[in-house]
Write a protein that binds this ligand. Structure first.
Ligand SMILES: Nc1nc2c(ncn2[C@@H]2O[C@H](COP(=O)(O)OP(=O)(O)OP(=O)(O)O)[C@@H](O)[C@H]2O)c(=O)[nH]1
Ligand SMILES: [Mg+2]
Length: 392
């Protein structure tokens, strides 16, 4: 049987044309499955109680699930407080999924891959939630639209739930929302979480810190092998797949795969006890997709048995908690009126070469200490600091 004959029924259509008109920004899944939403605008909805959110999510009610995610994504302090109470109640029902990150350069075929893998898994009775992490999406809107148009079949599947990247600008905000959305989806009965992120910048590192398994999608012939190596993203991946291995590109894809194998041999694996695998696939035609799922399954079994998966998740939640504290302290420090007053002067002195950066930092820390009565600065000769602050 030729590979073309093996294209499964659920393989995505070549073009998502015409589907874009059905996309409503910030609305999940098929709007028809949310009758309440189509009846009246969200702004006029009655606020649900904590109980209603929790029981709705646990009963796998899609409308409530979507509303819970909206609550989690809200930046309003009241909503954030409520969201935390809901999350606290949902927490015992989370964690029962495999969390897979999919990364790769723009156009590598991530959304097409997720469409294909997601539909296959839905057919196998998995419940698949697809999330995107894209801090730039609030500006460009490009990827959100792309995701939905490339996931036409999956968007219609009753076992699937697709949530575009939360808007909110900074990566920190997007990361928090995505992590919490993963938890809500798990409590809502999804046992496969696929997180798409574009493989440029920090978002990939952020996704690495919230998933069990990171898959890097690559392209042959575009120098991506070396590009990826330079950016360090090869080192983050648990598996790599050279996509678009179809038509005339098959041979090139195979050569890229072999090259990647060689590179991998000299790198330290990101997951203890697991050697990253490299394969080829065609997300468009469906070739190689079941094999990649087998790799993910093997990874899950192996790391569950060895305790590495649990250890990773525990490290991730601790890192997350510490990151929140750091973020808070950072903003507390730099927004403090005393610091705001002297920071420009200290920065100027550092820029002009009149003050070493270390002394600049000590000056700011001592100022904060003085004003708040807290001890934050490391012990250093106060004379040093004083003499430099005199020069300001
Ligand atoms: N020939 C071929 N084309 C593919 C394959 N996978 C994706 N494409 C095409 O590549 C283009 C980009 O695909 P997307 O799935 O949108 O890529 P992406 O990585 O999600 O892109 P961004 O979200 O913009 O970063 C589309 O035109 C797809 O049809 C494949 O396996 N073979
Ligand atoms: Mg995409």
């Amino acid at each position: 049987m030729s590979e073309t004959d093996r294209k499964p029924e659920w393989a995505p259509a070549q073009s998502g044309a015409g589907f874009a008109s059905r996309i409503v920004k910030g609305v999940e899944g098929d709007p028809k499955s949310d009758p309440e939403q189509s009846r009246r605008p969200p702004a006029r909805r009655r606020q649900l109680s904590i109980d209603e959110y929790v029981t709705g999510v646990l009963a796998h009610d899609r409308t409530i699930l979507a509303r819970t995610i909206t609550l989690v994504e809200s930046n309003s302090p009241t909503h954030m407080e409520l969201a935390q109470q809901v999350l606290q109640r949902l927490l015992p029902h989370t964690g029962r999924s495999i969390r897979v990150g999919i990364t790769g350069v723009p156009g590598a075929g991530k959304s097409t891959f997720i469409e294909n893998l997601g539909c296959m898994l839905c057919e196998w009775d998995y419940n698949v939630a697809v999330l995107a992490v894209d801090p730039s999406s609030s500006v460009s809107h490009g990827s959100i639209l792309g995701d939905k148009t490339r996931m036409e079949c999956l968007a219609r599947h009753p076992n699937a739930f697709i949530r575009p990247s939360p808007t909110g600008g900074a990566l920190g905000g997007v990361t928090r929302k995505s992590r919490e959305t993963i938890l809500v989806c798990e409590a809502g009965g999804f046992n496969v979480i696929l997180v798409e992120t574009v493989g440029v910048g920090q978002s990939e590192i952020a996704v690495r810190s919230m998933v069990d398994f990171l898959l890097l999608l690559m392209l042959a012939g575009a120098g991506d092998e070396l590009q990826g190596l330079k950016k360090g993203n090869i080192e983050l991946a648990d598996a790599m797949v050279v996509n678009k291995a179809d038509g005339d590109n098959k041979l090139q894809a195979e050569m890229a795969r072999m090259e990647l194998e060689r590179v991998l041999n000299v790198l330290t694996p990101v997951t203890e006890g697991w050697h990253p695998e490299v394969s080829t696939c065609s997300a468009l035609m469906g070739y190689g997709i079941p094999e990649i799922w087998q790799v993910i399954e093997k990874f899950r079994q192996l790391t569950t048995a060895s305790g590495v998966l649990e250890a990773r998740r525990q490290a991730q939640v601790l890192d997350w908690m510490r990151a929140i504290v750091e973020e808070h302290l950072h903003s507390l420090f730099f927004n403090h009126p005393g610091i705001r007053k002297i920071a420009p002067l200290v920065e100027r002195a550092v820029l002009d070469g009149k003050m070493p950066p270390t002394v600049g930092a000590q000056t700011l820390l001592h100022k904060f200490e003085e004003e708040t009565g807290s001890r934050v600065a490391e012990s250093q000769s106060p004379r040093d600091t004083e003499s430099h602050s005199d020069k300001l």
